[in-house]
Write a protein that binds this ligand. Sequence first.
Ligand code: CP
Length: 310
Amino acid sequence: MALKRKDILTIRELEAEEILLILDTADSMKEIASREIKKVPALRGKTVINLFYEPSTRTRTSFEIAGKWLSADVINIAATASSVTKGESLLDTGKTLQAMHPDVVVIRHPAPGAPKILADCLQASIINAGDGAHEHPTQALLDLFTIRERLGRLEGLRAAIVGDISHSRVARSNIAAMRKMGIEVRVAGPSTLLPRLPEQLGVRATCEIGAAIADADVIMMLRIQRERQGPTLLPSLREYSRLFGLTVERLKKAKEGVLIMHPGPINRGVEIAPEVADGPYSLILDQVTNGVAIRMALLYLLTGGQPAER
Ligand code: CP
């Protein structure tokens, strides 16, 4: 089976079998990281442009490594160092890049829908690397991959996503991805940071972190998205940490062996205690490692690769 789409814009548009194809392809890509020479010729002659209008450590770096390990030519553009600062529009920037014939453009942008604008007018494949509070599909895919790698399955698991749900593109994409793959999702956080209609997302919502994590197989903690909030949603970070932070004490009441995840960047001592972030149940750095394999799989599949051909 090939991936029958030009772009990766949202999790919601992906079928469950496409998600499985991406995860299975990432499985075989991951082995490349353990080789002495981390290079295969699969994308030789292809060009990947990383176009980032927002800061990023994990996503931008892993797309660059993924492209390079597959032998693509990778070009990184930070909007702050581009002609965007001279007033060039997103569409004009996109058309300018298209004139140089890239095969894939990876875009992160603060505006929801920005990747779709490029997808509609560029021949290159567009990958959404995070658009405002809308979606972050490649993060959700690497999170599914990490859970499946650790537990051997997805169907029938329970996940708790805790924190600033309403401003989080990671939460939005993960809720959609987890539900498609048969994971029951609960969300927890202050009422001001929970979705207004959780049932429309297919999740249960609570202001009690204890109730959300009690029988969870996976706990995903989220950063407070200060950059997307108004000033009055959260009185103080200290109070937030006391009521919603994942501490060693809270973790003792969770299931034995529960998986602790966080998309990063983490704020130690706010949403997660350092001992938990660095503890034996934490998969935070596994998520980073797996981000490369997932992004290799996506670049490979979008440029026409078949899993068996590599
Ligand atoms: N998880 C994530 O998107 O991290 P970056 O902002 O560092 O890319």
